[in-house]
Design a protein around this ligand. Structure first.
Ligand code: ADP
Ligand code: MG
Length: 393
């Protein structure tokens, strides 16, 4: 992994000096619980070894400059400009290049935490190992890395949940992507030995050991390399359908419904809205069941829950694509215990839970199916639960 090195190199090119430090935060995979976060429901993600690095240093003026190996040009504004740039008007694009609204949005959100706003300027250079737009939350990783850097440089003394909330504000209000809090919480609360069970209404969390290693299992990520963007179309529509469904049921959010409410929901709404609602209600139950099975009997028992989650996203929520379905079907046919698409959908990655001895066979089978279908070759790798934001240098 060379992203730490790349962030330092970019910082040197940008400033001709050494950074005060380098901070990083991880991407995440979601084991189960998709599109439940903004419905105030349950999710079970874990942070992955892939990280985004932010090399940063204080400036002696009030300007903030951000650069990324992902972008052609650095972007520089004064700190005071942040309050005129953000929040971005609903439905329009940010007035700065979109990628820069993630780090600048974090600076804006963190600035609001201190009433006197006596922060100084900073230079930040960013590089990442997290594949962008693959459903592994490169967005939470960049937000977390920048938040960790600024929190320390500005001596804000804030906890991981507040860091996560600053990232979410950046994504929702600066970038304009209507995403939930799961990704930021998964990244900032990452632990080397466990997944994070998160109640997205109360923000209560519980660490749930996955037990993969002891059970001789590996979690494979199959990045289809079909890119998605959450600031556009389908994601927003799904979110609106969920709000409409909750309204018709007369509840604050779909979190307040259970599978017992499904017959009533079917009678109250059109078929498409009903299927969106059914996905969320059944997915919340699957997250609770997955936690219960992991705690009672370990990871071998969760395969069918992963498979059912995928079917629900494919058929009811309609956010899968041909590459994701092919990856899941091929992995299961080659012996995976369970498999599902992960992340917001419309592209990105699938996960497969596989016996350690079967990893190569499953990866080969998926690659073969992709060749035969004429799809771009996928990136396939294993991930283990990993730690949250940290200072690296
Ligand atoms: P995901 O989080 O699944 O990777 P998103 O669409 O939520 O996908 O976020 C991807 C966007 O986040 C990119 O298009 C870019 O704007 C921004 N981003 C992520 N990582 C970086 C990075 N290292 N440098 C600059 N921008 C980044
Ligand atoms: Mg994202």
């Amino acid at each position: 992994m060379t992203a730490l090195h790349d962030a330092r190199g970019l910082f040197a090119d940008l400033t001709d000096r050494e950074p005060d430090g380098v901070w990083s935060a991880p991407g995440r995979v979601n084991l189960i619980g998709e599109h439940t976060d903004y419905n105030e429901g349950f999710v079970l993600p874990f942070a992955i070894p892939h990280r985004t690095f932010a090399a940063a240093a204080a400036r002696d003026d009030d300007r903030i400059r951000v650069a990324s190996t992902f972008a052609e040009q650095p972007v520089e504004v004064s700190l005071r400009d942040l309050e005129t740039l953000f929040p971005t008007a609903s439905g329009s694009a940010p007035a700065v290049p979109e990628w820069s609204a993630y780090p600048l949005g974090v600076a804006w959100a963190l600035r609001a935490l201190r009433a006197d706003r006596t922060m100084f300027g900073v230079d930040i250079a960013i590089a990442s190992d997290v594949p962008v737009g693959a459903g592994l939350s490169s967005s939470a990783a960049i937000e977390g890395a920048v938040a960790a850097a600024l929190a320390e440089l500005w001596a804000l003394g804030i906890d991981p949940v507040t860091l996560a909330q600053a990232g979410r504000r950046a994504e929702n209000e600066a970038v304009g992507a209507p995403t939930g809090i799961m990704d930021q919480m998964a990244s900032t609360l990452g632990r080397a030995d466990a997944a994070t069970f998160l109640d997205c209404r109360t923000l209560e969390t519980r660490s749930i050991p996955t037990g993969f290693e002891a059970a001789g299992l590996e979690l494979l990520v199959i990045d289809t390399r079909v890119k998605h963007a959450h600031s556009t179309g389908g994601y927003r529509e799904r979110r609106e359908a969920c709000e409409r469904g909750a309204g018709l049921l007369g509840i604050r959010s779909l979190r307040d419904a259970t599978t017992a409410d499904l017959p009533r929901a079917a009678a109250l709404m059109d078929d498409t809205t009903f299927r969106r609602v059914r996905h969320v209600i059944t997915e919340n139950q699957r997250v609770l069941d997955t936690v219960a099975v992991l705690e009672a009997e370990g990871p071998h028992g969760i395969g069918q829950l992963l498979v059912a989650s995928h079917a629900s996203m494919r058929d009811d929520f309609e956010i899968s694509v041909a590459e994701l379905d092919a990856a899941v079907d091929a992995a299961l046919a080659a012996g995976a215990i369970g498999a599902r698409m992960t992340g917001g959908g419309f592209g990105g990655a699938a996960i497969a839970l596989v016996e350690r001895t079967q990893v190569a066979a499953v990866a080969d089978a998926v690659e073969r199916v992709f060749v035969d279908a004429g799809f771009t070759a996928p990136h396939i790798f294993t991930v283990t639960p990993s730690e949250g934001p940290r200072r690296d240098v």
